[in-house]
Each structure stands twice: as structure tokens, then as C-alpha cells.
Ligand binder design. Sequence first.
Ligand code: SF4
Length: 380
Amino acid sequence: MRFLDEYRDGPAARKLAAAVARAATRPWTIMEVCGGQTHTIVKYGIDRLLPPEIELVHGPGCPVCVTALETIDRAHAIASRPDVTFCSFGDMLRVPGSRGDLLQLKSRGADVRVVYSPLDAVNLAAAHPDRKVVFFAIGFETTAPPNAMAVWMARKRNLRNFSALVSHVLVPPMMTALLEAPDNRVQGFLGAGHVCAVMGTSEYEPIARRHRVPIVVTGFEPLDLLEGVLRTVRQLEAGEGAVENQYARAVRPEGNPASRRLIEDVFEVCDRKWRGVGPIPASGLRLRDEYRAHDAERLFAVADIETSEPAVCISGQVLKGLKKPHDCPAFGKECTPQTPLGATMVSSEGACAAYHAYGRHHEPRTARELPLLPLAGAPA
Ligand code: SF4
């Protein structure tokens, strides 16, 4: 398939892996930021194609995974109300809160609906003025523009029965928090290409300079990731810390100015708690005061709901690159994609879910245990 197969070419992948092996003279730990990248790495065995000097660790870049447990409980509390129509993308419906998930709530009669765009929820509010329509607005900078557009549109149309439960998170403060943690192991980042398609690359320059850390904005296909690793390793070996753009086919340095203006108009920066990681200052977005009439957290007074994670879960250490999913005693036992206990098992993009889906129950002991999904052009 054009625009896909050329980024999954087996011989080209092996050439890039060989170039990484030639470039690496000592061990380096590199974190891919985004859950989509983690999924590709595990699915195609990219990490196992690389030389042993290069360790890839999996960052907190899955939006469903990092949505705080209390946010799920707040969604649950709002969706339980008989006067509410609660709208969400499908991937949030199966995320368990303290009292079950939204799908279970729907099976008990709550008006919970899957939408394919935030604007669908706005249109629902217009069509049903007797219902309080609430949209669950989560994610990184990538989903912030359409979610901002929904709130902006509801205000413009004076739809007082539309609100958003907002729990957006921002990538650069998370990267800074990881780098400044006393137990940090990350020496280079593969930046999330789609986030930079919206926000551009300038936010990463001060992080790269201050921490002397390579940040290579990278795409999501196998060759993107291998090229991202190669560029990162070359910088590390040369003692450099700069921002590079591997994903130039989608990312411009200035990002998408119209989307950035919309985010700026509707949202303001706030502190945010990340599931599995904890609170990070100035790492979230919330609605500005001008849009408070559409802020579900204020309208339904759910801000006080607090919860805590199961003690057995080590997803915080997985998300900081300190442990791998199969190091967790609950992995594949009490905790599976059907019965997730923690952040990184709740969505298919989470590291624990990816390891579970592709049979990574332990580190490989023999070459026979290195199954890769065939890349295009590679021998089956
Ligand atoms: S396997 Fe489950 S319990 Fe263990 S770290 Fe992953 S999400 Fe947490």
C-alpha cells in the first residue's frame, strides 16, 4: 500500500539497524514518547532488531493510559445522572474506574454514547435541548484542537446544555519531569510526530539545550522509528543535544498555527495528575474562565473525587523507563487487557497491553524467541 509499504521495507530496516550497530560504541537508553510508537516497536520487534547497546524504554504517551483514575471516576459520576447524555470516544468506555467502566454503566441503563467526533456531541446537544450532553475531552496536544473547537462551537451556538469534562495533558512538561527525576535513565527521546504536527518543534529546543538531550521528532512506521533511533544515537555518540525532525513529511517547525491559536483561545495551562506517574506542574490544559459555562467539572461539582491505584501495579516505573511490563508480578495473571489493573494495560497503545498482545512475557533467551511481524520484503 502506497505511503505505508515503503516505511515497512524489510531490507531497508535491516540496513538502518546495521547503521545503528555501527554508530553505537556504548550502551544508550532511548525513550519513545508515544504509545503508537511503542505499539509499532513491539509489534514489529524493532527493539530486538537493534544492537544490544540500545535499550528502548516506553514513555507515558498513551492518552487513555495516563488519564487519572479519579478522572474516570468523575466521568462515571456524571454519566450516572439520569439527566445526562455522556459522550466519549470508544477507547475510554472500557477503562475501569473504582466502580467499573462506562460500558457497564451503559448496560445498566445510563445514556452513554460513542461518538466519532466531538462535534457529534455538540450536534446531539442541539438536537436534544432537554438533555445535558457531556463530552469526555482527554488526550495530548493532538486531540486538543478538535476538542477546543467543540467547546468554541457550543459557545458560539449558545448551547448551554453542552459541556466538556476536560483532562488534557502536555508532552514537554512530562519530558522535563522525567529528565529531572533523580532516578532518570533516559538519554534521548523519540518525540511524538503527531503532537509536533500540531505544536511544532520549538517547545523542545530549550529542553534539548538545558538537559543536553537529543530529541528526534519521529513518525510511527518501522523505518521512521529506526531512522529516529539512528539519528538519536549519532547525536549521543557525538555528545550533542539537539532537536531534529525525522517526520518532515508531516511536521513543520511552526506546527499548525490555526490549531495552536484555537487551543490558546479555549484552554489554559494547569497542573495535572498523570495516571501511573503522579502530579506534574503545568502539564495539563483546562477550559479558560470565558468557557466555564461549558466546564463539566464545575457544573457537576465532581472535582473532589479522589482515588488511588492498586498497590501491585508498577506502571509508574514502566512509564519512567525503570521497568519493563513483564517485570510486574501481576502481568498476564491478575492483570490482562480484559482485567486491567493499571495505566499501561487499559489501552492497546499502553506498554503492558502491547507486550501482552505480542507475547512478550519475558526477555528473550534464545534467537528462536524473537518473533517479528514480517516487514515488507523480508523473508517470512
Ligand atoms: S501489568 Fe498491570 S499491574 Fe502490572 S504494571 Fe502493567 S498495568 Fe500495572
